[in-house]
Design a protein around this ligand. Sequence first.
Ligand code: IMP
Ligand code: MG
Length: 178
Amino acid sequence: MNENIPEVLISEADIQSRVLQLAEQISADYAHADDLVMVGVLKGSFMFLADLARRMSIPRTIEFIAVSSYGDSDASTGAVRLVMDVRGNIAGKHVLIVEDIVDTGHTLKYLIGMMKSHRVASVRTAALVRKADKAEVDVTVDYLGFDIGNEWVVGYGLDYAEQNRTLPYIGVVKPLDT
Ligand code: IMP
Ligand code: MG
């Protein structure tokens, strides 16, 4: 077991105030849209989705999707596999994909394609964190919490080998080589 407490990169207070801003912005943007479905990407988005959804002021429903990258390393291979699709019928609805972190962008790009194959009315994306320097594909994050450097982060849903997901802040496990 890893006993060490990761160093704080983004504090709980900073996360909470940013999530509130995003919730208000999303609520305003979708004020006149019916049928907003927030699609959380398991497992990493569970805390962000819970806080974001609770702070919104417009009707919304929740779905979950699960994907995994092929391979076990912390370097994305770019190949994404669908583990679990949404349960509900989302055709014709406005979808907001809620992701924990955008690294290379392959996962988010794949998910946007998946949602389009469900013939949804529109797709936008929210992510708490993005590693801006690591983008390999061009993918838009409509609602972004924070840009960070190239480091492996944990907490607030994010893990390193399944550890540290429940920390209330985002911490750094280790810097990564580029
Ligand atoms: P991408 O396809 O390279 O953008 O990878 C995105 C996925 O990799 C995220 O949804 C996370 O599950 C995982 N990931 C990437 N960077 C980190 C990190 O620093 N901490 C925890 N998970 C990460
Ligand atoms: Mg993820």
